[in-house]
Design a protein around this ligand. Structure first.
Ligand code: KIV
Ligand code: ZN
Length: 502
C-alpha cells in the first residue's frame, strides 16, 4: 500500500500569529472551510489561551468543520490545556497540541527550568491532556538545537504519558536537509516506543530551507508535515503547504508518498489568504506566484506551444488556476455569472451571491470586460457575514499640486447619514481624516498599499490598509474600485467595519 503523509495546517495558528496576518472570527471560519475543502488532515485552529477571541474562533471552527481534525495549541500548563480542550471539545475529531522547549538556551533563559524539571513537566502535562482527549501531540520546541539524547528522553516521557504524535520542530529555521534527516533517523533508533507514534515536522524558513527540510524529514520517516498556506508564519514563515504538496506529487517517482490534499483547491486557498491578510505573495513564489506558469521568453513560449512539458513540470489546472475560457460583460446574465464562479471553484450562499451579482452589474457598467481576477476581487470585498456598520454614500475630493487637498466624505450608519470635511497634503489622507471625524476614534494608519488587479485602462485597483483603532490589534481593510481614491476609502471603511465586528 502507498505510504501517505498527513498534512497538518497551521495557517490559523503559526500563520495568523505572524505580523500583519491577523484575521477576525468570520475570516478564520472561511479559511477553515477552505482548509476542509483542501482535505487537510489536521487544522491547527489557534492557541486557545491566547485570548477569548482565539478561543471563540477555535470553538466556532470545531463546530463547523466536520472532516478535518481540529487542534488547539497549549503550553505545558494546566490552564492552557483546559482552555484548549474547552475550545475543541465539539469537534468530530479533536487534538490537543502541547509544547515545551528542550534546547539548553530555551530551558535556561526562557523557561528557567532544569532539564529534569522539563521532563517532569512533559510527563505531567501530556498525561493531563490525555484525560480529555485521546489524540495528543507533543512538540519539543527548538528541538533542532536540543541535545539529541535529551530529546530522546523528552519524547520517551511524552510517549509514556500518552502522546500519539511527536513533533520535531525546527523552531528557528536552523537545519539543512541532510542534518535534519540524520536527526530523525537517530531519534527513531534511540527512542523507545517511537515506532508506535506518528512523527511530525514543523519547519521554519529562516534560511529558506523549510520545504526542503520537511521533504528530507519525510524521506527519513516523518509521517506528518506541519505547514501553512503561502508559507505565512513567524519571521520568515513556515514550510509552504502548496510547495510541500506539489513536490510530493510532482516527484512521486522519488518520494513514492501520497497525501490527501485536493491540489485543485490550492490556488483558491492561496488567493483567500492573500485577500484576507492583505499580504501578497511574490510573483516568483513557486506554485501560486503570478509568474509561476508564465512563459515570457520567445524560446520558452515556442517550446510550450509545441509541447507544454518542455517548460512545465506540472499543469496550472492541477493547482486550480482557472482557464480564462469566457469573459463576462454588461450583457452577461446571472446564469453565466454563476457558472463562471462555479468553474472558478466558488460556491456562495444565496445572500452572498446576490451581493456579488449586484456588485458585478455595477462594475460591468464601468468596465467593458470582466475577467476572473475582477470576479475574485468582487468576492473578496463582500463581507463574509455580519452587518457593515458604515457604508460609503458619497465623496468629493479637491486636490492638486498647488493646493491643500480637501475631502468631503459622506458615510451611512444604518439610516443615519454623517458627512465631514478634512484637509491634508494628499487626497487620500484627507479622505481618511474626514472618516476619522465621522467615526470619532483614534485611527492609526500602519500601512497602505495600492495595486492594479487587472490590466487595461479600466483596471480595478485594490487598496489594502492596515489600521489600529483606539490602540487595537492591527486590522486589515480591503477595497476595490476602478477609481483609486474610492478603492482607498472603501478599504479604510472596510477596516473600520472589521474592527467593530471583532
Ligand atoms: O515553531 C515552533 O516550534 C512551534 C511549536 C509551538 C510547534 O510553532
Ligand atoms: Zn512554529
Amino acid at each position: 500500500m502507498e505510504r501517505t503523509v498527513k498534512i497538518f495546517d497551521t495557517t490559523l495558528r503559526d500563520g495568523e500569529q505572524s505580523p500583519g496576518c491577523s484575521m477576525n472570527l468570520n475570516e478564520k471560519i472561511e479559511v477553515a472551510k477552505e482548509l476542509e475543502a483542501l482535505k487537510v488532515d489536521i487544522i491547527e485552529a489557534g492557541f486557545a489561551i491566547a485570548s477569548p477571541g482565539d478561543a471563540a474562533a477555535i470553538a466556532a471552527i470545531a463546530d463547523t468543520v466536520k472532516d478535518s481534525t481540529i487542534c488547539s495549541l497549549a503550553r505545558c500548563v494546566e490552564k492552557d490545556i483546559d482552555a484548549a480542550w474547552n475550545a475543541i471539545r465539539l469537534a468530530n475529531s479533536a487534538r490537543i497540541h502541547v509544547f515545551l522547549a528542550t534546547s539548553p538556551v530555551h530551558m535556561e533563559y526562557k523557561l528557567k527550568m532544569k532539564p529534569e524539571e522539563v521532563l517532569e513537566s512533559i510527563a505531567h502535562n501530556v498525561a493531563y491532556a490525555k484525560k480529555y482527549c485521546s489524540d495528543i501531540e507533543f512538540s519539543a520546541e527548538d528541538s533542532t538545537r536540543s541535545d539529541l539524547d535529551f530529546l530522546c528522553r523528552a519524547f520517551e516521557a511524552a510517549i509514556k504519558a500518552g502522546a500519539t504524535t511527536l513533533n520535531i520542530p525546527d523552531t528557528v529555521g536552523y537545519m539543512i536537509p541532510e542534518e535534519y534527516a540524520a536527526r530523525i533517523r537517530y531519534l527513531r533508533e534511540h527512542t523507545s516506543g517511537i515506532e508506535n507514534v506518528t512523527l511530525s515536522c514543523h519547519m521554519h524558513n529562516d534560511l529558506g530551507m523549510a520545504v526542503a527540510n520537511s521533504l528530507a524529514g519525510v524521506q527519513a520517516g516523518i509521517d506528518q508535515i506541519e505547514c501553512t498556506i503561502n508559507g505565512i508564519g513567524e519571521r520568515a514563515g513556515n514550510a509552504s503547504m502548496e510547495e510541500c504538496v506539489m513536490a510530493l506529487k510532482t516527484r512521486k517517482d522519488i518520494f513514492g508518498i501520497g497525501c490527501n490534499i485536493d491540489t485543485t483547491q490550492i490556488y483558491r486557498a492561496s488567493r483567500m489568504i492573500q485577500t484576507i491578510t492583505g499580504v501578497p505573495v511574490s510573483p516568483t513564489k513557486p506554485i501560486i506566484g503570478a509568474n509561476a506558469f508564465a512563459h515570457e521568453s520567445g524560446i520558452h513560449q515556442h517550446g510550450v506551444l509545441a509541447n507544454k512539458e518542455t517548460y512545465e513540470i506540472m499543469t496550472p489546472e492541477s493547482v486550480g488556476i482557472p482557464k480564462n475560457a469566457i469573459v463576462l460583460g454588461k450583457h452577461s446574465g446571472r446564469h453565466a455569472f454563476e457558472d463562471r464562479l462555479r468553474e472558478l471553484g466558488y460556491t456562495l450562499d444565496r445572500e452572498k451571491l446576490d451581493k456579488v451579482f449586484a456588485k458585478f452589474k455595477a462594475l460591468a457598467d464601468k468596465k467593458k470586460v470582466i475577467k476572473d481576477r475582477d470576479l475574485e476581487a468582487l468576492i473578496g470585498v463582500v463581507p463574509v457575514s455580519g452587518e457593515e456598520r458604515y457604508t460609503l454614500d458619497n465623496f468629493v475630493i479637491n486636490s492638486g499640486n498647488s493646493i491643500t487637498s480637501t475631502a468631503v466624505i459622506r458615510l451611512k450608519k444604518g439610516d443615519q447619514v454623517c458627512e465631514r470635511v478634512a484637509g491634508s497634503d494628499g487626497p487620500i489622507n484627507a479622505a481618511f481624516r474626514a472618516i476619522n471625524k465621522i467615526v470619532g476614534k483614534e485611527i492609526v494608519l500602519e500601512d497602505y498599499s495600492l495595486k492594479s488587479m487587472t490590466d487595461g485602462e479600466d483596471a480595478q485597483a485594490e487598496a489594502i490598509v492596515k489600521i489600529a483603532v483606539d490602540g487595537s490589534d492591527i486590522v486589515t481593510g480591503r477595497g476595490v474600485s476602478t477609481d483609486v481614491i474610492e478603492a482607498s476609502i472603501k478599504a479604510y471603511v472596510n477596516g473600520i467595519n472589521k474592527y467593530f465586528l471583532d
